[in-house]
Design a protein around this ligand. Structure first.
Ligand SMILES: Cc1cc2nc3c(=O)[nH]c(=O)nc-3n(C[C@H](O)[C@H](O)[C@H](O)COP(=O)(O)O)c2cc1C
Ligand code: SF4
Length: 593
């Protein structure tokens, strides 16, 4: 067993549920996982080797083939492409005479793509050995090429290359109310679990991760479920392209989120919480670990929190490894257990059978921040914003063709047109609300409102002005789903690949009418028969674009229609003469040609 493997296994106490973290640590030490490493890990964790190999192959941050000493993953979301990422990537490749996916001959550099790095407000972005670099320009790529060529250790690279900005452009209730560590926990202790649940029920809070499920109902179900132990998970996987509000909450309002997690632990009776952070946010790891340590020190975490006997709760940070599907709550739990992120059959739901088969609440980062706010200031304060069916505020991540990309907080019910005006959008052609799995709005729909009863959204608005090709947008989304499908079920595995291929053909002028028809058919099939939310929403961009931007598809076909160089019907005249036929059926119709 190599020294790296035994040290990493010892650090994680040979715990098989830590497998994803073990592979992450090993990747950081050696850049790729060798067959010997996988065997040694399987032995050290007493797992079948196939299980370890399966996990190593599932997550895009893990490599089982040698990669460069500097492993670059270029972010390839639509906003990166709109900001020129493809040209910048080519420039880096050219500088090292490389092709995408190759390792340079000297072993220094490899360049691959990753779906999205959650830096859509400051793209184009990339990860170098897992460290994020935003706001790429030709000058930055030139400087980075020189640093790599000089084999400069990344700790010596200029700090400003790595600085991530929060870009909070509009604050409402959550982002402007002052908050002190422990404030919400103290209030929850005062009310007791039943009182907190009542307050939450009165607030009408619905989950901010996308589905909009009632938080009070979820917590009540978990609290009442039978089990050896209960668990709380904060879902900070945030993989939907265009979404970055959880990143900002964790960077600038971490105490609110951690208080919210502790309130949840107290209310549902969980002694352990996990914060599942997406692997693309390594810059948040140290601040989160430091805050957790301070909380333990001040007895806001650990045993007898705030001196209350029996109130024991701690939080463990778990970092993902580049798999969008792990945002789906049951896939996330699988990942937490050290497995591939394959969504489970539901029911049973995590509230009764979650982490290690025990009752588990999974909540989005923003939902938990709101729980803290409600615990501190009460349901009535929370309901001052929003609508009757969508209470409170929503954090929106705004990117694309706007003058001021960033985070905007509004009361639910805000018209999309107001968000666009505030963000400085001009000549808007379309807005993608809720990321690729959400809703594509055309210009005529910009008066619609962000609310569960109108346009629901986990919080992403990607704006496209008139200069953008809607087909390119849909192609990017189709490629995203094809890349991120976990492959477990056929409709999604095959459907996302077919849709990406057909969209690729259409964008490159080789699409046919048949492709357009098949696209719609495949999209509907995925929606109706996929195993999880990824597959059932993967057809949305195609279906919405076909419904609202049909001329874009027709134009792509019309300009590439095959024009025959001779008249086929005329050429068949001798054959008609020989057979003595001149009836209608003996002539080619326009349809047949
Ligand atoms: C493919 C897929 C990806 C998802 N990604 C996320 C995510 O990154 N963050 C999140 O909170 N919820 C995500 N969800 C929704 C979760 O499954 C779950 O509904 C949510 O975490 C519940 O939290 P909430 O009730 O606070 O909204 C995703 C769902 C699917 C189907
Ligand atoms: S729908 Fe897609 S992501 Fe979900 S289980 Fe099936 S293959 Fe995996």
């Amino acid at each position: 067993m190599s020294g790296d493997v035994s040290a990493v296994l010892a650090k994680h106490q040979h715990d098989p549920t830590r497998l994803v973290q073990i592979l992450r640590d090993l990747m950081a030490a050696q850049r790729h996982l060798t067959p010997q490493d996988l065997t040694a890990i399987a032995k050290g964790l007493a797992l079948p080797r196939g299980r370890v190999e399966g996990v190593a192959g599932f997550y895009s941050f893990f490599a089982t083939e040698p990669r460069g000493a500097y492993r670059v993953l270029f972010s390839d979301s639509i906003t990166d492409r709109m900001a020129g990422s493809v040209e910048l990537r080519q420039r880096l490749l050219d500088a090292f005479h490389l092709r995408l996916g190759e390792v340079s001959r000297d072993g220094l550099l490899s360049v691959d793509v990753t779906s999205c790095t959650g830096l859509c407000d400051q793209g184009p972005a990339m990860l170098v050995n897992g460290v994020a670099i935003p706001r790429l320009t030709h000058a930055r790529i030139g400087a980075i090429s020189a640093l790599i060529r000089a084999s400069s250790p990344m700790e010596w690279w200029p700090e400003n290359l790595f600085s991530i900005h929060s870009h909070i452009e509009r604050r409402d209730q959550v982002l402007s109310t002052p908050f002190e560590r422990g404030e919400a926990v103290r209030a929850a202790i005062r009310r007791g679990p039943d009182g907190t649940l009542e307050e939450l029920q009165r607030s009408g809070l619905r989950g901010r991760g996308g589905a909009g499920f009632s938080t009070a109902t979820k917590w009540t179900a978990c609290r009442g479920a039978e089990g050896r132990a209960r668990f709380l998970v904060c879902n900070a996987d945030e993989g939907e392209p265009g979404t970055f509000k959880d990143r900002v909450l964790l960077a600038d309002h971490l105490e609110l989120v951690l208080d919210g997690m502790t309130v949840a632990g107290h209310t549902v009776g969980a002694k352990k919480g996990f914060l599942y952070l997406r692997g693309e946010y390594p810059f948040l790891v140290q601040p989160i670990l430091a805050a957790l340590e301070e909380r333990r020190h001040e007895r806001w975490l650990g045993s007898e929190i705030a001196g209350v006997p029996g109130f024991d709760f701690d939080i463990e940070l778990h970092v993902g490894a580049g798999a969008y599907v792990c945002g789906e709550e049951s896939a996330l739990i699988e990942s937490l257990e050290g497995k591939r992120g394959i969504p489970r059959n539901r029911p049973p739901y995590p509230v009764t059978h979650g982490y290690l088969g025990q009752p588990t609440v999974v909540n989005n980062v923003e939902t938990l921040a709101k729980c803290a706010l409600i615990a501190s200031h009460g349901a009535e304060f929370f309901k001052l914003r929003g609508t009757a069916k969508s209470t409170g505020t929503k954090l929106l991540s705004v990117s694309g063709d706007v003058a001021r990309p960033g985070i905007y907080e509004y009361g639910f019910g805000v018209p999309v047109s107001q968000v666009l005006a505030d963000a400085g959008a001009e000549r808007t052609q379309a807005v993608q609300v809720g990321g690729p799995s959400g809703t594509l709005l055309s210009r005529s729909e910009l008066g619609r409102r962000i609310a569960f009863e109108d346009v629901p959204s986990a919080g992403a608005l990607i704006v496209f002005d008139e200069s953008r090709s809607i087909l390119d947008v849909v192609e990017s989304f189709a490629a995203f789903f094809a890349h991120e499908s976990c492959g477990f079920c056929t409709p999604c595995r095959v459907g996302t690949t077919l849709a990406a291929q057909m969209m690729g053909r259409l964008c490159h002028g080789r699409g046919t009418r048949r492709d357009v028809k098949d696209l719609a058919r495949v999209a509907r099939q995925m929606r109706a028969t996929s195993h999880c939310g990824l597959g059932s929403s993967a057809g949305n961009p195609v279906l919405h674009a076909l419904e609202k931007f049909r001329p874009s598809f027709d134009k792509a076909l019309a300009s590439h229609e095959v024009v025959p160089s001779f008249d086929l019907d005329e050429a068949l005249a001798p054959a008609r003469e020989v057979t003595g036929r001149e009836d209608e059926g003996a002539h080619l119709t326009e349809e047949a040609t």
